[in-house]
Design a protein around this ligand. Structure first.
Ligand code: Z5A
Length: 227
């Protein structure tokens, strides 16, 4: 597969959605061309998210995040995230990678390890197996971990006014989730890059741009015939 899967991860309020949008706007409005020259015209850009990147996923997302719905058992919750992902990988991610696209995805497998594993306490090995089944082994090429203090992130999410079922969980839960992302970052130094998300939107965007510039050139630029 010739495309690239780039995932934005982290606890609530870290600014994933904000930064993913800024990043796609920047890439579409000349950033990709700036990094890759004329090659940029041949590379599609796709923006998606989990849960909810497909028609089925939209329905699963409603079931999972509706704050007024009755509680879902942790194993049922885990399987719903896995079902969303299996459909997402087969229907959208794989075909777009074959098509050579750069895919920007809001959350992926690390969220399941952090939230259902560290947060809910489900066996991590079981989750890894399920992630393997759901993705057929497809890992991200790059995961940007937007690292923010849990309380600051939740305060940002609260100020925005939208609170979903996961955000209603207690602080101890979100701290365990944060610990999960820290562990994943330590275990996957090649795939994961930490971005300090405590700075202003503009500053965080600039850090992400820098990472993109380096990676895109490494991935897509053909070696010079002179070198
Ligand atoms: N979940 C799971 O449990 N297991 C899984 O396998 C998967 C997901 C895939 C998805 O919800 C939920 O599903 C999520 C994990 C769970 N739990 N929750 N809740 P979502 O997609 O609706 O929400 P989210 O992924 O958690 O995103 P979020 O709450 O919207 O946070 P965010 O995307 O990181 O932040 P944001 O929306 O970009 O920004 C939040 C606010 O902060 C907003 O008002 C911004 O204007 C502001 N902001 C952003 N950046 C800054 C900076 N730099 N300074 C100050 N203010 C800022």
């Amino acid at each position: 597969m010739s495309g690239k899967l780039i995932v934005f991860e982290g606890v609530e309020g870290g600014g994933k959605t904000t930064q993913l949008k800024r990043c796609s706007n920047w890439l579409r409005s000349g950033g990709l061309q700036d990094c890759l020259g004329t090659l940029a015209q041949t590379i599609p850009l796709v923006v998606t998210r989990e849960p909810g990147g497909t028609l089925l996923g939209t329905k699963v997302r409603q079931l999972l995040l509706d704050k007024d719905s009755s509680p879902i058992h942790p194993r049922a919750e885990l399987l719903l995230y896995a079902a969303d992902r299996a459909e997402h990988v087969e229907e959208l991610i794989k075909p777009q990678l074959v098509n050579g696209a750069i895919i920007l995805c809001d959350r992926y497998t690390d969220s399941t390890i952090a939230y259902q594993g560290y947060g809910r306490g489900i066996d991590l090995k079981l989750i890894e197996q399920l992630n393997q089944i759901a993705t057929a082994g497809l890992e991200s090429d790059l995961t940007l971990w937007l690292d923010i203090d849990v309380e600051i992130g939740l305060e940002r999410a609260r100020q925005r006014g939208k609170v979903d079922r996961m955000e209603q969980a207690n602080l101890a839960f979100h701290r365990r989730v944060q610990q999960g992302f820290q562990q994943l970052y330590q275990q996957n130094p090649d795939r994961m890059v930490r971005v300090d998300a405590s700075y202003s939107e503009e500053e965080v965007h600039n850090s992400i741009q820098k990472i993109f510039r380096e990676r895109l050139r490494t991935w897509f630029q053909e070696p010079s015939i002179l070198s």
